[in-house]
Design a protein around this ligand. Structure first.
Ligand code: PXG
Length: 296
């Protein structure tokens, strides 16, 4: 039998089958908490500091005091990876409101729960990257910025899950969510980009989209390659008639979109600029200067 992965809960390590939290944790009862999804490539945690900064920003919005300093949090993540002898990994970091009673009042939860799961990465099919994916604009609107929008990376993902279910039952690879004005916001766990006349455009976070770390990196890479990369309003028609389109995300990396609601994007093949950005991104995630080494 292979050795079980160790999971960090509040400073202690538990084998995966023993890693459990209370049913009174408000992370479970109310989705009250924040999280990050981070990757390590070749013994280096990619953009660890940026993910930690975002976690603490999310926590600030929901007035959750993370019981560790950023330095301690980063060290505990690296230690969890070392305990599991991982080099290429998917890291799920959660801070929940902690154990309270059955009422939703967060003041009843004296101590937040910190969970670090480090696991092997399940790669997306290389077919999706090579051939591109078929996406569907769904009826579920992205929560607006004056609600539980994805600007905060919270444990409330039902908005995304409803979108995903619609794409699943309709037989599409991925869902695209609109904001309440009908503008494109993002995928369910990915930011979205279109390319038109060599200009690279992504929706602003005012559509309720997450400030994706991959999104930022891809915009910088695009500029380095000499393209203009901007935030801008994208309508469904803009997307249907784009020269190229792609998703970005920590798990997905850069994935071409070749069809939206059965409208074929351009010639139905991953576009040349998208392919260039995919290649650049692959190089960046494996650049040791872009992350934090697990083993010193
Ligand atoms: N939008 C949303 C709503 C997300 O949840 C992104 C965009 C892309 O952001 P990053 O910073 O990753 O470029 C996300 C990211 C998972 C999983 O297991 C989800 C995300 C990241 C990693 C894993 O579902 N969400």
């Amino acid at each position: 039998m292979t050795k079980e992965l160790l999971i960090y809960i509040d400073g202690e390590y538990y084998p995966r089958s023993q890693a459990k939290i209370s049913v009174y944790d408000h992370g479970l009862l109310y989705g009250d908490g924040v999280f990050e999804g981070i990757r390590a490539y070749n013994s280096v945690v990619f953009k660890l500091k940026e993910h930690i900064d975002r976690l603490y920003r999310s926590a600030r919005v929901i007035m959750l005091d993370v019981p560790l300093t950023k330095e301690e949090m980063m060290n505990d993540i690296l230690e969890t990876l070392r305990k599991n002898n991982l080099r290429d990994a998917y890291i799920r970091l959660l801070v929940t409101r902690g154990v309270g009673d059955l009422g939703l009042d967060p003041r009843k939860c004296p101590k937040p729960t910190v969970i670090i799961i480090t696991d092997v990465i399940k790669l997306h099919s290389s077919e999706a990257k090579e051939k591109g994916i078929r996406a569907m604009i769904v009826w579920v609107k992205r929560d607006p910025v004056d609600a539980t929008s994805h600007e905060v990376k919270s444990l409330n993902y039902l908005n995304s899950i409803l979108g995903k279910i619609e794409a699943n039952i309709a037989g599409f690879d991925e869902a695209i969510c609109l904001d309440k004005n009908g503008h494109i916001s993002e995928g369910v766990a990915e930011n979205l980009f279109i390319i038109r006349n060599g200009r690279i455009i992504t929706p602003p976070t005012s559509t309720g989209a997450l400030v994706g770390i991959t999104r930022d990196i891809v915009m910088k890479l695009a500029e380095k390659l000499g393209y203009e990369a901007v935030e801008g309003t994208i309508t469904p028609t803009d997307l249907f008639t784009a020269d190229e389109a792609f998703f970005t995300g920590t798990a997905a990396e850069v994935v071409p979109i070749v069809e939206v609601n059965k409208r074929v994007i351009s010639n139905g093949k991953p576009g040349p600029i998208t392919q260039r950005l995919m290649k650049e991104y692959e190089g960046t995630v494996r650049d040791p200067r872009e992350g934090t080494p697990i083993y010193q």
